[in-house]
Design a protein around this ligand. Sequence first.
Ligand SMILES: *[C@@H]1O[C@H](CO)[C@@H](O)[C@H](O)[C@H]1NC(C)=O
Ligand SMILES: *[C@@H]1O[C@H](CO)[C@@H](O)[C@H](O)[C@H]1NC(C)=O
Ligand SMILES: *[C@@H]1O[C@H](CO)[C@@H](O)[C@H](O)[C@H]1NC(C)=O
Ligand SMILES: *[C@@H]1O[C@H](CO)[C@@H](O)[C@H](O)[C@H]1NC(C)=O
Ligand SMILES: *[C@@H]1O[C@H](CO)[C@@H](O)[C@H](O)[C@H]1NC(C)=O
Ligand SMILES: *[C@@H]1O[C@H](CO)[C@@H](O)[C@H](O)[C@H]1NC(C)=O
Ligand SMILES: *[C@@H]1O[C@H](CO)[C@@H](O)[C@H](O)[C@H]1NC(C)=O
Length: 369
Amino acid sequence: MALAFLRWTFRLLMVLIVFQGVCVMFYYTPNTHSSRDGMTDALRQMHCAKLRRKFSMIKPAKTVKLQSFTRGLSDFMSCPYRSNTTEREVNRLSLQFFCNATGSLFLTKRNTAVNQTISYETSITSTFTMNATLHSMLPEVLCVCVCVPWSGRRLGRCAVVGSGGILKNSSCGSEIDSADFVIRFNLASINDSDVGLKTDLITINPSQIQKEYKNLEEDPDLLVERVSVYGNASLVMPAFAYTFCTELSIRALNVLHPIRPQKPMAFFSPYYLQTLGGFWKRRGLKPRRLSSGFMLINTALELCEDVHVYGFWPFDTNMQDNPVPYHYYDLKRPSKRMHKMPEEFVRLLQLHSQGALTLHLQPCSSDTR
Ligand SMILES: *[C@@H]1O[C@H](CO)[C@@H](O)[C@H](O)[C@H]1NC(C)=O
Ligand SMILES: *[C@@H]1O[C@H](CO)[C@@H](O)[C@H](O)[C@H]1NC(C)=O
Ligand SMILES: *[C@@H]1O[C@H](CO)[C@@H](O)[C@H](O)[C@H]1NC(C)=O
Ligand SMILES: *[C@@H]1O[C@H](CO)[C@@H](O)[C@H](O)[C@H]1NC(C)=O
Ligand SMILES: *[C@@H]1O[C@H](CO)[C@@H](O)[C@H](O)[C@H]1NC(C)=O
Ligand SMILES: *[C@@H]1O[C@H](CO)[C@@H](O)[C@H](O)[C@H]1NC(C)=O
Ligand SMILES: *[C@@H]1O[C@H](CO)[C@@H](O)[C@H](O)[C@H]1NC(C)=O
């Protein structure tokens, strides 16, 4: 009788041990070494808290080497996410105070006058004079989400989808599509499996017009068809970033405006982008120009309750040390001249560990959240 009881207890104990082992393994798969399999809950929480502190204080180095923090990073990305309302509110208020995307993200009929002199974002010597023709094609008011004058109403969950090759085979499509507002870049391709289809705002890079639509006026259908896949999304161009951007952006506007009269086609306000650049310069991030991805993540931090960032990964291997393409949709290499993607990435990592936004670096199916 006693023997039977002992045997039964022993079996139960074994089952419990195995079960716990399985749980811990699931929690950490596939990034952890087996030495951590036996880690208790408390130890794991401590480990996560330590990593969270480490990444929230990570020093933005001049040259960011992936190898210097990958190991900890992959553990950290498996830790439960901690949102911090205070951080979110502080970021929102300072961005609104200094940059005010709410009032000035795009040039509109309301915030821009005919004959007004527009300064360029990156130049103090060049200017552009707004004329009546162009002014008549600007959107009436800022309408990012619904076309009512912005009244400071916030968007809910926003997904900002970069072009990083880590999105390949990520299965993140449905998660991205479930966001209230989706921001994409450079007319990136969309599909339901990895990157999703929903698009509320997408940028067009003036150099895309220059390279891919040489005969825009004679053959507008190519561009018209390309943008039609994004439905009613706002199309936005940085027409006053550099002087070469203006003519290209106006040509695109001339072609697209008549075809989608009720669907917004807009130009970023160079004042907004300039103040945003200054905002980050004061915080030690000083590229020639911030990447449009980083810019719009900041816009989202101001306008949205909850910001989820996908496809931002500036390294050529992933956290498991496998090669990843730079873009999910082509084989192009990055231009290191212009932007400082790794430095921007460190800032995003900081914001993630502070609980201000959620950075997604792993496939969505095995996401522990
Ligand atoms: C949230 O962030 C604030 C400001 O950085 C900090 O003081 C606070 O401890 C954080 N709260 C939590 C729960 O981590
Ligand atoms: C932002 O711009 C809007 C519209 O111009 C204005 O009503 C609002 O007061 C501005 N907010 C701040 C914080 O400057
Ligand atoms: C803009 O300038 C032109 C030429 O100087 C002038 O004819 C026109 O009345 C001005 N328009 C406005 C709205 O100031
Ligand atoms: C307004 O400016 C655009 C771009 O510079 C130019 O193509 C257009 O001819 C101008 N329109 C008038 C009426 O001056
Ligand atoms: C994605 O999956 C396909 C098919 O399973 C595979 O051939 C390809 O190498 C994977 N690509 C990446 C970047 O993981
Ligand atoms: C685009 O907008 C038009 C007019 O507002 C509307 O009828 C149509 O359903 C919208 N299309 C999509 C895909 O939302
Ligand atoms: C979705 O897009 C990704 C990246 O372009 C591609 O690798 C994948 O094969 C596409 N999937 C489908 C179902 O089209």
